[in-house]
Write a protein that binds this ligand. Structure first.
Ligand SMILES: [Zn+2]
Length: 80
């Protein structure tokens, strides 16, 4: 997951105009929507967007849980 995050931030790739998937600059054409009609590419783009927002939701939940655990840990340390 973290690897994917860093890969997403990589400056050596740019989003495909048709499907929105990041493609590294040394790829001559997008391997994800190659051979798809532009309609299918748009559907793929929509699916990718949904996946991305679900991932972000999961990540923010994880951060909240970690934050709560840290808070509990601090409270525990101070009540010793
Ligand atoms: Zn593409």
């Amino acid at each position: 997951m973290w690897f994917q995050f860093f890969n997403y931030k990589s400056k050596y790739s740019s989003p495909c105009e048709r499907c929105g998937v990041l493609v590294s600059d040394d790829q001559p054409e997008c391997p994800h929507c190659k051979g798809l009609s532009s309609k299918n590419a748009r559907i793929l783009k929509g699916i990718r967007k949904n996946e991305m927002s679900n991932k972000n939701k999961g990540l923010s939940l994880l951060m909240k849980v970690l934050f709560c655990l840290c808070g509990l840990g601090v409270v525990y340390l101070f009540t010793l």
